[in-house]
Design a binder for this molecule. Structure first.
Ligand SMILES: *[C@@H]1O[C@H](CO)[C@@H](O)[C@H](O)[C@H]1NC(C)=O
Ligand SMILES: *[C@@H]1O[C@H](CO)[C@@H](O)[C@H](O)[C@H]1NC(C)=O
Ligand SMILES: *[C@@H]1O[C@H](CO)[C@@H](O)[C@H](O)[C@H]1NC(C)=O
Length: 577
């Protein structure tokens, strides 16, 4: 019922025309496709679609983007997400809603939040959930008002006895935060409220992404009652020349161990993390620092910056991410949107666009200088029979197939042992950009210590494959480890974006084992290097390496031998929506 009245609204939006098209968003508005794609996607047969995934979160059809308001309530995990009920391109955005008891299998519900009042009549954009001290969840989200201004709204569950939280009510006071002449907020650049946190003064705080000229901002608001919000004089943090900060996230991490913390925790055993998704680069950066509650400002540690020389959760396709605290298992979990790397024509053909990455537990590394991420342990229950890779030496120039695993839908963990580092290539000091370096020294460029790794989603004749590999370089008295995900031969189809991604992995290969885990799922390859110290997600569209015709190989294209050991698992299909 809700959905059909929404359809009517958006049908009107289209005919009311240009107002919608003038919206300042980070997405193109493909006006002609809003209805066209609805027609085409209704003829689409998901079961015969080679790029649909087996265990990644996606709805049956249409466009999705940012994960919204993840939370756990009465033992049920909730995921909301930005969704276009009418087509495969961005538009008509509502909060779609699914729930799960294990973060693996998901049940869909009706849209939870959709345009229904002036403060969100032109769209219900991203936001976050906060669990109040009473245990009641509330959601702050960005609404687009009749003037196409971005404003912040509050919604709460209609029935707290319903563990699925199927219906949400908007407060009549909406919008609670809005751009005015007095507060100098740019009405086209004011979105994506975070989870709120409580200070020792019993006041709530929340940040909202913004910019002033090209300075990216985390605008800070405070409230005593969650309804009446007052803008602080200064932002929580800002950085020049970074442009619009979308989907900010701000949370504490423990300096001891891997347990997650509630967003309101602070104190000497806690560091804070601030993440921003930069509209300018379509990359996310996070910094680690200290939250000074007296001044209500966040101060990143020295050298921690929001740019390509800073830290990223993921060095591939991964954007608009958001964490939440899972109080049932004392962990902080990260959700992120995985965009397509295909053309709009490709998206129309397959009838859908976008998925969510496998949720990752994240915590502060022992060094205190970066985060570590690992797929939630629940994903391991999809593992079928184990294929053990006996400990073998992969001679320079050799390729070895890993047989007995469904290579299109698999989980692979492999460890590389190196005994002789003498011949490592010398790292030129100008090679500071890992993505560029991976592009120049791709999988087919012979080296000494590497490239070694895996060919995933590979065709039998190796006409198609995605190469995920390491190279080890020597740099004044230390070794530098580079992880690459090379998509250049991932598909015979030329229309896709096949950028090669790269990351430096902060491991010392002399003292630590060098490991690689891959979650392979038909058109996604999520790579975790150095036990979660560097992650790279890639979208690929093989034309030969599909389903049973996909293969998995270990390879070494360096001159030096590498010893490999590990396991691979076929992954079962999850029940998703
Ligand atoms: C609230 O939810 C519970 C559990 O689903 C249900 O039994 C009850 O009827 C609901 N109450 C109302 C007023 O809808
Ligand atoms: C406000 O943000 C929009 C969208 O990025 C931009 O086009 C405009 O120039 C900004 N206005 C000001 C006054 O900075
Ligand atoms: C999503 O992917 C498309 C196609 O590769 C690209 O044009 C767009 O910039 C991407 N957006 C983000 C946020 O990554």
């Amino acid at each position: 019922m809700a959905i059909s009245s929404l359809f009517l609204y958006c049908f009107l939006c289209l005919w009311l025309g240009h107002a919608v098209l003038r919206l300042e968003a980070s997405h193109h508005v493909y006006r002609s496709l809003q209805t066209y794609s609805e027609l085409t996607s209704s003829h689409h047969h998901p079961d015969t679609e080679p790029y649909r995934t087996g265990y990644h979160f996606q709805p049956p059809k249409n466009w999705i983007n940012d994960p919204n308001g993840p939370l756990i309530y009465k033992g049920i995990y909730h995921l909301f997400y930005q969704y276009n009920p009418k087509g495969v391109v961005w538009g008509n955005i509502v909060w779609a809603h699914s729930t799960s008891t294990d973060l693996v299998n998901w049940t869909p519900h009706d849209a939870a939040i959709f345009p229904s009042q002036p403060s969100d009549i032109n769209g219900c954009w991203s936001g976050s959930a906060t669990i109040l001290p009473s245990g009641k969840p509330v959601i702050l989200y960005t609404g687009i008002n009749p003037q196409n201004q971005q404003v912040q709204n509050l919604a709460y569950p209609k029935n707290l006895s319903d563990p699925f939280l199927r219906e949400w009510v908007k407060v009549p006071q909406n919008p609670l935060m809005a751009p005015t002449q007095a507060n100098h907020i740019n009405a086209s650049s004011f979105r994506d409220p975070t989870t709120a946190w409580l200070g020792p003064d019993k006041r709530w705080r929340v940040i909202i992404g913004s910019k002033q000229n090209q300075r990216g901002l985390a605008i800070l608001y405070r409230s005593k009652d969650f309804l009446s919000w007052v803008k602080a004089k200064h932002p929580l943090h800002s950085a020049k020349k970074t442009g619009m900060w979308e989907c900010p996230d701000f949370f504490p991490v423990s300096i001891h161990g891997q347990n997650g913390l509630d967003s309101s925790e602070n104190g000497p055993a806690v560091k804070h993390v601030l993440k921003a998704s930069l509209d300018n680069t379509k990359h996310e950066y996070y910094t680690i620092g200290t939250y000074n509650i007296d001044k209500d400002i966040y101060i990143p540690d020295k050298g921690s910056v929001e740019s390509d020389s800073g830290l990223r959760y993921d060095y591939g396709k991964f954007y608009a991410s958001k964490t939440f605290f899972d109080s049932s298992k004392n962990r902080r979990i990260l959700w992120g949107w995985i965009n397509e790397s295909s053309s709009v024509e490709g998206d129309i053909k397959k009838g859908w666009s976008g998925l969510q990455a496998i949720p990752r537990t994240l915590w502060l590394a022992k060094s205190g200088k970066q985060l570590v991420q690992w797929p939630v342990q629940e994903i391991e229950k999809l593992r079928g029979k184990t294929v053990k890779l006996p400990s073998t030496v992969l001679k320079g120039g050799s390729v070895r197939e890993v047989v007995g695993v469904t290579a299109a839908q698999a989980d692979v963990e492999i460890t590389f042992g190196i005994s002789d580092f003498k011949k490592a290539e010398v790292l030129d000091p100008s090679w500071t950009d890992p993505q560029l370096l991976c592009g120049q020294k791709s999988a087919t460029v012979k080296g000494s210590l590497g490239p070694f790794g895996l060919y995933v989603l590979a065709s039998k004749d190796l006409k198609e494959y995605t190469a995920v590999f390491y190279r080890i370089f020597k740099a004044n008295n230390k070794y530098v480890v580079l992880l690459c995900s090379d998509q250049s031969r991932s598909s015979l189809n030329k229309d896709n974006d096949k950028t090669t991604y790269g990351a430096f992995v902060k491991v010392d290969p002399l003292r630590e084992k060098l490991s690689l885990r891959n979650l392979i799922d038909h058109s996604i390859v999520e790579s975790f290097g150095g036990e979660g110290k560097a992650c790279i997600t890639a979208r690929v569209y093989p034309t030969l390496a599909i389903d049973d015709d996909a293969h998995l190989y270990a390879f070494n294209y360096g001159t030096e031998d590498v010893k490999i050991t590990g396991s691979a698992w076929s992954l079962k299909t999850a029940k998703i929506n």
